[in-house]
Design a binder for this molecule. Structure first.
Ligand SMILES: NC(=O)c1ccc[n+]([C@@H]2O[C@H](COP(=O)([O-])OP(=O)(O)OC[C@H]3O[C@@H](n4cnc5c(N)ncnc54)[C@H](OP(=O)(O)O)[C@@H]3O)[C@@H](O)[C@H]2O)c1
Length: 335
């Protein structure tokens, strides 16, 4: 599988990384043994890095990833995230953003403990937090890097002003952000900014969280325990239009002889941008990983690019900005 260097680091990431949000259970439940098997399947197929976060099941996903990495003798690049705090004392899960120095020091130690590792290759601040200076957040991370607990520093879901502030207090190595065929807003400013500043881009949600796999219909619904039941992406009046896009893209993929269908095309589309170091593809069981790995290494052709642009132009409403609701700092946010 092709590898691309992450920003100015010496990390050579495969162009597909395995995402583990679903391991935490907020996608309508999860099965730990399937999650573990999905990790092994991805690594066996040549994927060399895994993205996780402390908030994914409040340590559950990290414990699974750590078990797998330790079993395999540590030869896996591990990226985790901190910066979404939680409290379950009321019996309900309450979560909110944090990026203060003390908080991040505590969160990294807790992540290392859950992973059973002494260091992570990449540590990322999950969300920007208003009112916390970049110098404080980055200062803590630079210190943790000097202490050998972090190999590289990343941030996620920042805008260009936040990226610039983080880089100035940096060094900043990586930017993790949502980027897929139906969510292209980062093309205007964040991707060029990362190119100009040598910051690697890790694109999350390349399958539009399952929508760009060809398996959904306009009637698809999700159980209340699946975060997608409350997401505009799957629930607003443009949902049938998005499904139509997926169906038309499936036809483009068929014509190109892509056995991985619309999902393969969707990942190749994300990777057509040289700023993107790797696409983080989520999977909940080894079967999905097998499909995903087939997607690697066949670049998007100019004909496919043009055919995709034509599909998107026919459905302008499908790509309207839906965001993550831009929640205030102490509001429910997981991702
Ligand atoms: N930094 C952030 O704020 C943030 C936010 C989101 C994600 N992330 C990271 O990025 C990773 C990837 O994003 P994502 O998981 O949200 O979205 P994604 O990669 O676009 O979609 C993953 C989901 O699509 C479905 N799927 C995967 N392969 C499939 C296949 N071959 N056939 C049919 N369905 C398939 C699975 O869900 P179902 O089977 O349930 O449909 C899977 O959980 C996450 O796991 C996480 O590590 C980070």
């Amino acid at each position: 599988m092709e590898r691309r260097r992450l920003g100015g680091t010496d990390l050579e990431l495969t162009t597909i990384g395995l995402g583990t949000w679903a391991f935490g259970g907020r996608w309508g439940g999860a099965d730990d043994s399937e999650s573990e098997a999905a990790c092994h399947a991805a690594l066996d197929a040549g994927v060399n890095w895994i993205d996780t976060a402390d908030i994914y099941g409040q340590g559950r996903a990290e414990r699974i990833v750590g078990r797998v990495v330790r079993e395999r003798g540590g030869d896996v690049i591990v990226a985790t995230k901190g910066g979404v705090a939680w409290d379950t004392s009321s019996g309900q899960l309450r979560i909110w953003r944090e990026a203060g120095a003390d908080y991040l020091r505590m969160a990294l130690d807790r992540s290392l403990q859950a992973l059973g590792l002494e260091r992570v290759d990449l540590y990322q601040v999950h969300w920007p937090v208003r009112g916390v200076a970049a110098e404080e957040t980055m200062g803590a991370l630079v210190e943790l890097k000097a202490a050998g607990k972090i190999g590289a520093i990343g941030v996620s879901n920042y805008d260009t002003a936040g990226l610039a502030a983080a880089a100035a207090a940096g060094p900043l190595d990586a930017f993790q952000v949502g980027y897929h065929l139906l969510r292209r807003d980062v093309e205007a400013a964040e991707l060029p900014w990362c190119r100009d500043h040598g910051v690697g881009v890790l694109a999350y949600g390349p399958l539009a969280h399952g929508l760009l796999t060809g398996k959904m219909t306009a009637q698809t619904t999700f159980p209340p325990t699946d975060w997608r039941s409350a997401s505009e992406l799957f629930a607003d009046d443009a949902f049938p239009d998005r499904v139509a896009v997926a169906d038309e893209l499936a036809a483009v993929a068929r014509e190109s002889g892509r056995v991985g269908g619309v999902a393969e095309l969707a990942v190749a589309w994300v990777l057509r941008r040289p700023e993107v170091t790797s696409a983080i593809v989520g999977a909940r069981h080894p079967g999905q990983v097998a499909e995903v790995v087939r997607m690697a290494d066949r670049p998007l052709s100019a004909d496919e690019d043009a055919a995709i642009a034509a599909v998107l132009a026919r459905h302008p409403g499908a790509s309207r900005h839906y965001g993550h609701g831009e929640p205030p700092d102490r509001e429910d946010v997981e991702g």
